[in-house]
Structure formats: C-alpha cells, structure tokens
Design a protein around this ligand. Structure first.
Ligand code: S3P
Length: 181
C-alpha cells in the first residue's frame, strides 16, 4: 500500500475466486460498505451481464465496469469486489488511490468452474463448450495482471469466513486500528 492506513480494500481475481462472497463478509466484519461492481451494473442497467455482452457488447460493459470501479475507489471505508476482467486492462493498478489495500484472491480453474456452475447470465465468457479449458487459458493470460495486487490470498479449500479472516489479519498488520474493537 502506498501509505500505511487502509481506507478501502479492492479484491481482484478470476471468476469464482469468491470476490463477492468474501467482500460482503469482510465489509460486514469491518462495518464498511460493500460495492460489487457486477451487481451495480446489473442494477443500474436493468440487464444481465450476458445481455449486455450481446448488445451493446463487451466493450460497453468494460467502459461501465471501469467507470463504476473508479467511483467506488473514490469512497472511504468500502470493500470493492471487481469483476474478473477489470484488473486485466493495462494501467488499472496505476489508477488505484493511496490507502487502498489490494488483494488477489486466487482459485484453481477446476474450483472456479465448480463454483460458477449455472451462472451463464453473469459469466458469458465461460458459457462455451469447454468452460474448464477456457478458464485455464484465461487464468494463464490474466495471472500476471492479478499478481500486481499487493497480497495474494488462496481460496481453494477455504471457506468465505477463513478467507475473510486472512484479509482482516493483513489489514490489521497494515493498520492496527482496524477491526480491533
Ligand atoms: C468477467 C467476470 C465477471 C463479469 C463478467 C466478465 C471476466 O465477474 O464481470 O462476466 O472477464 O472475468 P466475476 O469475476 O465476479 O465473475
């Protein structure tokens, strides 16, 4: 983190890494707001992600994702769950303001596919004949981008609560005043 006190937490990582579930739990533990970028887009457009990808198209989704994440990053005391493609665009980590703790939630392709089964409305990229192969390829392409986060937290084999506690520990190590009450 660029300065020592965290005002917000940004979760990045692949589809099915648990950004939304962990983010919600973490925000509750901290008494902070939770911003789920995919949910905000669905709410504000009244469309599913699959519908947006179809028309007006993925690039419109990416613009909206960028705009909403930027807005969320302007807030304090917020946990932000990005969509799995946000961190992949070059320069994204340069836009993150000071006092933001960035966490990469890692997941294996096998576990990701298991977790996101039946979610083609929110994950059109995995709605194909061989989602596991697609997940493997995408993860290979994207891992270098995700690895720009300051901390990496594994999620395979861990519960939402386990992962959230691990992030709280990281947060406390960075800012001993957070979450100590
Ligand atoms: C995407 C991930 C999805 C959603 C969209 C595109 C991606 O979010 O934003 O389907 O490119 O990885 P989750 O990571 O929350 O599944």
């Amino acid at each position: 983190m660029k300065v020592s006190l965290a005002h917000r937490v940004l979760l990045v990582g692949f589809m099915g890494s648990g950004k939304s579930a962990v983010g919600r739990e973490l925000a509750e533990q901290l008494g902070w707001r939770f911003e789920d970028i995919d949910e905000a887009i669905i709410r504000d457009t009244g469309m599913s992600i699959a519908e947006i990808f179809k028309d007006p198209g993925e690039s419109s989704f990416r613009l909206e994702e960028h705009r909403k994440t930027r807005e969320a990053l302007n807030q304090d005391e917020v946990v932000i769950a990005t969509g799995g493609g946000w961190a992949v665009v070059p320069g994204r980590f340069d836009e993150i303001p000071d006092s933001t703790l960035t966490i990469w939630l890692t997941v294996s392709p096998e576990e990701a596919i298991r977790r996101v089964a039946d979610s083609e409305n929110t994950r059109p990229l995995l709605s194909c004949s061989n989602p596991l192969e697609k997940a493997r390829n995408l993860l290979k392409e994207r891992s270098d981008s995700y690895s720009q986060a300051e901390h990496k937290v594994d999620t395979d084999g861990f519960s939402v609560e386990d992962v959230s506690v691990r992030i709280l520990e990281i947060l406390q190590a960075n800012n001993p005043r957070n979450g100590m009450e």
